[in-house]
Design a protein around this ligand. Structure first.
Ligand code: HEM
Ligand code: HEM
Length: 163
């Protein structure tokens, strides 16, 4: 993968779009969960407005993630700040790749559950959202550690486009 000067405007926009779409997925998922339970039990499901919205946001997240992976492959990503130790670099890269993988698996298992009526896929979907929360926590803690302890000004990478 090539090394870039920094993230592009589009890459930065997609990063914050995914953040903005993930928050409601965690705050407003009761309607789809209830509708899913109802379907499994053979009752009439009422997904209301929030049910389809959960599906749409989930799909949009998946599209944005695939787009970002394509941008990473095409343009590359900036090197880790020099202040990071080899272990910290490994953790950061692992977290980034883990976030992509888990986001795609979350969207995929949600789709299999919802469109296929597969209970196990729903269980895996729930488990994936827990893993996602842990990875996001690690990622945000890392970003704040870089910004305020190592003082690498890392936040500027996700604010100011360089390419
Ligand atoms: C990456 C995007 C997504 C995120 C972050 C996400 C997040 C969540 C969360 C936090 C829950 C509640 C889990 C719990 O109660 O512990 C949930 C439930 C659910 N989501 Fe998603 N979701 C995403 C994409 C999707 C998609 C694309 C679909 C369908 C096409 C979907 C269908 C469902 C269903 C059916 C449930 C209920 C599962 C059950 O009760 O077993 N989700 N989602
Ligand atoms: C749902 C939440 C989030 C997800 C899924 C996420 C995902 C990612 C991923 C995958 C990268 C790697 C670069 C890329 O390919 O885009 C990245 C970079 C970055 N993120 Fe996030 N992020 C989230 C939230 C945040 C938040 C809340 C902050 C700020 C506190 C943040 C700050 C950064 C910074 C500064 C980088 C650049 C790191 C570097 O170049 O080494 N992210 N993010």
């Amino acid at each position: 993968m090539p090394t870039a000067q920094g993230y592009s405007r589009l890459h930065i926009a997609l990063h914050w779009l995914v953040v903005a779409l993930i928050v409601p997925q965690f705050l407003f998922n009761e309607t789809i969960a209830e509708a899913f339970d109802a379907t499994l039990e053979g009752r009439v499901a009422d997904p209301g407005v929030l049910g389809p919205l959960h599906v749409l946001c989930g799909m949009a997240i998946a599209i944005a993630v695939v787009w970002r992976i394509a941008l990473r492959v095409k343009n590359g990503v900036p090197e880790a700040p020099a202040a990071e130790s080899a272990v910290q670099k490994m953790i950061a890269t692992g977290t980034h790749l883990g976030l992509y993988l888990v986001l795609l698996l979350t969207a995929a298992t949600g789709s299999v559950a919802w469109f296929g009526g597969v209970e196990t896929a729903g269980d895996v979907h729930e488990a994936m959202t827990t893993v996602l929360l842990i990875l996001v926590g690690l990622h945000v803690a890392g970003a704040l550690y870089q910004q305020f302890v190592l003082k690498t000004n890392i936040m500027d990478r996700m604010r100011t486009p360089r390419v």
